[in-house]
Design a protein around this ligand. Sequence first.
Ligand code: C5P
Length: 237
Amino acid sequence: MEKREELYSGKAKSVYRTDDPELMVMEFRNDTSAFDGKKVEQLDRKGMVNNKFNAFIMQKLADAGIPTHFVKLLSDTDSLVKRLEMIPVECVVRNVAAGSICRRYGVQEGMDLNPPTFEFFLKNDALGDPMVNDYHIKSFGWATEEQVARAKELTFAVNDVLKKLFSDAGMLLVDYKLEFGMSEGQLVLGDEFSPDGCRIWDKETRKKLDKDRFRQGLGGVIEAYEEVGQRLGIQFD
Ligand code: C5P
């Protein structure tokens, strides 16, 4: 599948048109950003690691019956995906308190959240991705009641699959962010699932193995991503 002109370039990925209007190429770059793009660095191997990580997870989710936009790996850094009409909200599930929820509500990092909690955020860097509720999404016309319900249902279905996958490999899936879009009348998981968009801790030591290593300047960012991948059985070379 030939990569044609760039359609969109985000903070860590670029999307290209192909000759098929229903398919696009998603390129994972080495750019790494945090704090709404205020901290940006190039991390060697990140594009390749996240592309292969995402392919592995998307395949696991598809095997579990979750519809995703992922079609196939094209190269170390490129994947073929279905074109979706994206819904401009981020769906976050949290199994353990970390990050913004601790700052917002004064809860201790590491607190078990039972049941896991769910939050929607508006995808808008200029506004700092504010948290929004179901009514905002429906009233502003970003999605229908049915799409909102399905996005929640699929985000929790992903939790069932991935919590077990990480746990069986000695890791804790703390939280993650998903994005959805429409394809042929169906809500489909889009974007990516990689250590850039979730939190993963070692189950025993609680060592952080995700983008918090970059956000917090802990070092060993890509080494941690690769460790997570290797524990899941992903081949990077
Ligand atoms: O920052 P916060 O604690 O709200 O993030 C929750 C989860 O969503 C984290 O795993 C984070 O990496 C992810 N996230 C993301 N992109 C954003 C905001 C959050 O991937 N724009």
